[in-house]
Design a protein around this ligand. Sequence first.
Ligand code: G3H
Ligand code: 13P
Ligand code: ZN
Length: 307
Amino acid sequence: MLVSGKDILIPAFERRYAVGAFNVNNLEILQAIIEAAVAERSPVIVQTSEGAIAYAGMEELVEMITVAANEHDIPVVLHLDHGKNLEVVEQALDSGYTSVMYDGSALPFEENAANTKRVVEKAHAKGIWVEAELGALRGVEDFVSVAERDATFTDPKEARAFVQATHCDALAVAVGTSHGAYKFKGEAQLDFARLAKIHEMVTIPLVLHGASGIPHELIEKAEAHGGEFGEAQGVPDEAIKKAIALGIAKINIDSDLRLAFTAGLRVTLDEKPAEFDPRKILAGAKELITKVVRAKIQLFGSSGKAY
Ligand code: G3H
Ligand code: 13P
Ligand code: ZN
């Protein structure tokens, strides 16, 4: 059933597990995520980006996700991912989302805080949960100097001031992860010392974006059937576990689902050259996404936490 962000994230934060927030762009991805969460008896966050909304339509996505959520007895949150456009955020608040992210991370601190505060006031009046972001998502090795890194990653003291000023419910932090399939040039590195300090300074659940693992098996499968992914690299499972111990309660995954979809599609098209029924062509892609989501849920520790 569809529930508010707080119903899922407060228990996760208090009991030290994390809930996966998986990006949805179409029916098959949604079906795969819900099937996985139901099989694991896990709460789940289904999120749509502004890009997904431009692709499929907000009303279409909300209807589809709400219907699917209410067909099952596991808690499902419908979340707006990276709402940068305030009009889209406000539209989401009026359209059935139970959680929104206002992403003002590219703005100066004061402007980000002022916009976040306005979103929080409107959202809380409707019982909707708000995630905000402070800091920019970049890999550790993208910086030439420590000063440059300090200016880009989330500053723990600023995080405290930001949360106090805005009353946001969850905070996305920049500690070395980045979006997409190419996160690290050398060894995967996250700034755990910084995450620990933020967790000390801020008492709300923290959110890890850019958390895909980019599993070797998926890369190999896709590449065995014509894909080319070069030096793709993601966040190792051990780093995810460490991050959860340091206050991360919501973990965003999109790239791993895209990779599973692509690998599944490539295998089917390669192995069944005469198939032209889209439902059959997409079945393998869907199955692989379900497998990936189940593995994430197990890694995050939310299996069996549906109530
Ligand atoms: O934040 C990044 C997510 O993977 C969403 O990506 O904006 O291409 O839908 P998108
Ligand atoms: P990935 O690209 O690592 O899957 O991150 C997704 C994300 O943060 C969506 O907001
Ligand atoms: Zn993100």
